[in-house]
Structure formats: C-alpha cells, structure tokens
Design a protein around this ligand. Structure first.
Ligand SMILES: C[S@@+](CC[C@H](N)C(=O)[O-])C[C@H]1O[C@@H](n2cnc3c(N)ncnc32)[C@H](O)[C@@H]1O
Length: 293
C-alpha cells in the first residue's frame, strides 16, 4: 500500500520527527535534490531553482514531498498549479483526430484497454441526472444509450472540447460549464446522481494526492446514493509495452499527461479518502474506477 520512501528521505522524515497522526506539514530545505528523484522528475528546472518542499505524513504513514514551485504548491489551488498544458492541446484540429488516434488506435494497441470497455462502464453507471467532466470530443456521450428525460451537464476548461461534445448530443440539450476542475465547482447546490471523469486525471498536473481535490469537488455535487466513475492511464504498476512507455514519456514531457507517479495503490488511497465504496478494475495500463458514498 504505502509507496516506499526514497533512500535518504526516510532519515530526513525521522529527523524531522513528523507526527504519526493527522497530517503534519513541515517546511524543509532540501540540501541534496538528487535524493528526491520523484520531485526532480515533476519539474526538474523549477526544483533546482527553489529546492524547498513540504513533507506530509498522513495517519496511514503515507509521505508526500510537495515542491514549492510556481507549478506545484498545494493540492487545492490552481493559482499554484499550472493546469493549462493538460487541456491546451485540445484544439479543434486535435479534437478531429482524437477519436481515431486515442479511442481507435491507442486504446487498443498501445494502452491495451479497448474503448468498448470504457463505453461499457458509461453504459452501466450513467443516470438520467449526469455530469461529465473533461468531455473531450463527447464520444462516450454520443455512444451511450441515455435514460428518457436525461438531464446532462458538461464541464471542461477547454471551450473547444465543450462545444464539440455538446454538438454531439444535441437531443439532450446539455448545460455546459467552462471551468477548471481544480477550482471549486461553481454549480451552486446542484447535485447529480452520476458523475463521469474519463481520461481526465492523467491530463491533470501534479501527483494523485494533488489531483484528489477533484474527487472532493465531485463528491460535493453527488447525491448521497450517487456514483463517480471514470478511468485514467497510470504511469506505474500496470503493464506497459515499450511503445506505451515511450509514448507516455513523450506526453509527460509535453505536459499533455502528468502521470509518471500515478499508481494503483495511491489511486485507491485517494479515492478512499472521499468515498466509502471504491472499486478499481484494470485493463492494460488503464484503471477504471467506480466510487460511491
Ligand atoms: C483526454 S480528454 C478526455 C476526453 C473524454 N472524457 C474521453 O474519454 O474521450 C481530457 C479532457 O479534459 C479536459 N481538461 C484537462 N484539464 C482540465 C482541467 N484542469 N479542468 C477541466 N477540464 C480539463 C480537456 O480539455 C479534455 O477535454
């Protein structure tokens, strides 16, 4: 369950005598960034300039090392997290290619999670009162058979994605919200019976602990019996071919993906922080999650 501590970091954490219950943020000066390879990978240039981090240990003994940079400072504010790159790629041109390249070729041949499994997840969990977050081209919305009188809402930071997805389900006349998922969702007191988040998390910057604020926001807009479901490509733990590794590396370097540290146990841990019932299935390097209260 617990990600192993890097050599040197355990001594540092012990030396700091972090509390064993609750989450204790501590400011430390990192004298040797080489001891923190995970942080260096997140943003090596920034990290060298400002090698300070916050060490957190939660009551399960998990440790996080959050670099203080302009990109990654806290888990809750997009003022500190650069959320631009993960959505900027979705131009009208890229959206035209997306279904063929990602849903047609990559899912089957590279990530080894054929799209029909993701569609089956949608079909099983959508309700007539649904919010889709990180909509892309709206492929799944188009292919899903919706209950009668469905009320559909769409949320995305990218106006191209929102317009493309909404145009694919004109019969449902969806409400659209142009918003960054890291910010509190300005949906008033609106609650949904189901919320989907497909292939969104691996596009978000930071590690899964940083990204988990998105689960907090989703939970706040779910009815008590509601379900959050989705999928994400993991950079750790699951089998990946050399082609999958290479492509994921390229996407990570370009900021299209930020999932090098995303692992199955941390995904389960962060989902369990917000939801009592968590189910995760895997296929290829894709984790499919279903969570409810
Ligand atoms: C990989 S696409 C997923 C599309 C669709 N859900 C699917 O599975 O086919 C990711 C989507 O998330 C959106 N996105 C990325 N970062 C976001 C953020 N911080 N807030 C809201 N939407 C974001 C992108 O604009 C894009 O539409």
């Amino acid at each position: 369950m617990c990600p192993p501590l890097q050599a040197g970091v355990a001594e540092l954490a012990d030396a700091l005598d972090l509390g064993s219950s609750g989450v204790t943020p501590v400011e430390v000066r990192v004298l040797s960034p080489a001891l923190f390879p995970e942080m260096s990978k997140v943003n090596p240039g920034e990290f060298k300039i400002n090698p300070r981090c916050t060490v957190l240990r939660d009551d399960l003994g998990y440790h996080q090392f959050i670099p203080h940079t302009s990109y990654l400072m806290t888990a809750t504010s997009s003022q500190a997290i650069d959320t631009h790159a993960g959505q900027a790629v979705y131009s009208p041109f890229v959206l035209k290619l997306y279904d063929a390249w990602v849903l047609g070729i990559s899912n089957r041949l590279i990530w080894k999670c054929p799209t029909k499994h993701l569609l089956a997840m949608y079909q099983q969990h959508v309700t007539s009162n649904h919010l889709d977050v990180g909509v892309g081209t709206g492929y799944f919305l188009k292919k899903t058979r919706w209950p009668i009188n469905t009320q559909l809402a769409l949320m995305d930071m990218n106006p191209n994605s929102l317009a493309t997805a909404a145009a694919r389900v004109p019969g449902l006349t969806p409400c659209t919200f142009e918003a960054d998922v890291f910010e509190p969702w300005s949906l008033g007191d609106k609650l949904f019976d189901s919320i989907s988040m497909n292939y969104l998390l691996h596009c978000l910057p930071g590690n899964l602990q940083n990204k988990s604020v998105v689960f907090e926001h989703a939970k706040a807009h779910l009815t008590s019996g509601g379900t959050l479901f989705g999928s994400t490509l993991l950079g750790k733990d699951l089998p990946r071919s050399s082609t999958a590794k290479r492509l994921m590396d390229i996407y990570n370097r370009k900021g299209i993906f930020s999932n090098t540290e995303d692992s199955l146990d941390i995904l389960e841990h962060v989902l369990s922080q917000y939801f009592a019932k968590v189910e995760i299935q895997t296929r290829g390097c894709c984790a499919i999650f279903i969570a409810s209260q």
